[in-house]
Design a protein around this ligand. Sequence first.
Ligand code: NAD
Ligand code: MG
Length: 406
Amino acid sequence: MIDTTPAHLPPVQSLAILGATGSIGRSTLDVVARHPERYRVFALTAWRSADDMFELCRRFAPRYAALADPQAAHRLAERTAAAGLATEVLAGPDALVDLAGHDEVDTVMAAIVGAAGLAPALAAARGGKRILLANKESLVMAGDVFLRACRDGGATVLPIDSEHNAVFQCLPAQGEPAGTRCAAGVRRIVLTASGGPFREASRQDMKHVTPEQACAHPNWSMGRKISVDSATMMNKGLELIEACYLFDVPGSQLEVLVHPQSIVHSLVEYVDGSVLAQMGNPDMRTPIAQALAWPQRIASGVSWLDLAAVGRLEFQAPDLQRFPCLVLARDALERGGGAPCVLNAANEIAVAAFLERRIGFTDIAAVATETLQALGDRPAGADIDEVLEIDREARARARTFVSASE
Ligand code: NAD
Ligand code: MG
């Protein structure tokens, strides 16, 4: 599936950026703007931020801009018309799906947050695109369905999540398609975790933290949902599941190591005792540039790593009592079937309720636990409709648990 010859890359890659107004979307555009000779912005999509999208249209002049929210798309169309921009504005979730699979697109940056990213990512898979996958929720919800679509469509998946991108760089055969068992000789994959803003907080202290505190990540600047996931360490749990699919390894070959400096982005241990790690400053433009240019390398704008200035790199085992979401993710992995999809849906509902101040921080894990206990025996969805049905059922159940905790 992955052709490792540089000649495989078209001279100018035509890009669709899904989630263009978000943290990953903007970092992608920052890298792209440094290499106008290599990349052409064909389509930008987002949810409802018409003003932000208008600014991006002015700057990058995409052929298409699509907003999932029809009213916001209408506002955007008025503004682009008034400004005389050539960009054509499309509206509604189906427009995102159409653009992700568009014939004139070579590469899709899948950077929508949450379950909303699944349908467009699947369209990119079916369309045989080079997929830069940031939306880990696609794999957690529908790993088998998504990877099958990639195989059938001839798509290439390149991981953007910094840990998985690091693992990808440390694995021996980078030409292997996503979902192929890691090459023989790999003993273990270790995903690093910063530990988030509450790395040293007691469970009691965590009960009272605010959304602002939870979103203030010590090392990374990210969207609100993934910031809360990092604070609960559910993000690392979702990443364990993501890694199982991407690298076709069982959970027993995966470990999590807390590394507060976020310099070592992950490690691969080999049977001879060698451990390869990928390092760099914590800035998503590095994995984005790596995936955009792979198998070549391009400048990303990230500052050089000064290890003497960093001084110390620390590592510690995660505390499973204080961060029960890691245990939950392992539980979902062991249950298999529809359990990871149930966990993801419950987490999205719980995080949204926390950000709206309807439930406390520690209730997020409680809602996810209750939902997983109630629905964790669902078999895996065989296609996207079945996956979305499990997702809907889990969301509905999680909402009842949220209401009970309010
Ligand atoms: P963000 O909240 O900053 O941006 C999300 C983007 O998705 C926005 O452009 C928004 O308009 C769009 N969006 C949201 N809901 C939508 C909907 N219903 N329909 C269509 N578009 C919608 O999020 P982010 O931090 O950039 O994260 C994006 C994805 O990348 C997530 O899956 C996250 O887990 C993953 N990721 C992010 C980082 C990071 O550093 N930010 C690192 C690793 C992985
Ligand atoms: Mg990550």
